[in-house]
Design a protein around this ligand. Sequence first.
Ligand code: MG
Length: 239
Amino acid sequence: MRKPPVVKDVVRRFMPGVHRLVVSVRQKRAREACQRYVAELFAPEDEALRSLRREMAAAGLPEIYISAEEGRLLQVLLKAVAARQVVELGTLGGYSAIWMARALPEDGRLITVEREPRRAELARRYIARAGLGDRVEVRVGEALQLLEPLKAAGPFDAVFIDADKQNYPRYLEWCGDVVRAGGLVIADNAFKGGQVVDDTVQDDEVRGIREFNRRLARDPRFTAIVVPTRDGVAIGVVN
Ligand code: MG
């Protein structure tokens, strides 16, 4: 005997738009649940990271810092290349710096650059609280202006780019000079909230990221990919 159609079959057949919406909501929920699963299993935050996040929120800092699982991804990448000398462009409150510094050996060093003195101060305080003060140096100033003097501290095993987006292509150029062969260029916000694929958005920041992604993809000096995390993390190995 033929089974009577269940509601979902009727919806699929007669209301395809509603059906697509239900499927996409379900997929989104599943993706978010998987993301939470990965974060809880692989990237639990300790008290230092949790309280830093609370203080950044209380201080009204924009919620643009990386997620815990991206922090863990940075650690995995740094460990994979046995990183000892690392640069970060764009400290914000030091959240990503703490994740990265914890992946360095005792004699490793992370130089992180922040344009806003108050953010740099917050970062220094929390980096010290996490017991990483000896491994991390926070430099204050415009990243673009600090690149030249930074060269002297290189070559570097990895550079993490998370500063002003319009200058991403220039930061990439610099990385081509200062990151050792086999080292990494990593950049946050490769998707810019999805705007990279939205042609109606043409501001300097999105253009900067599109150009960065294009160069990273095509420049024979790098073997690269974007990992579709929260907002896309671009990863390039220097050939
Ligand atoms: Mg970012």
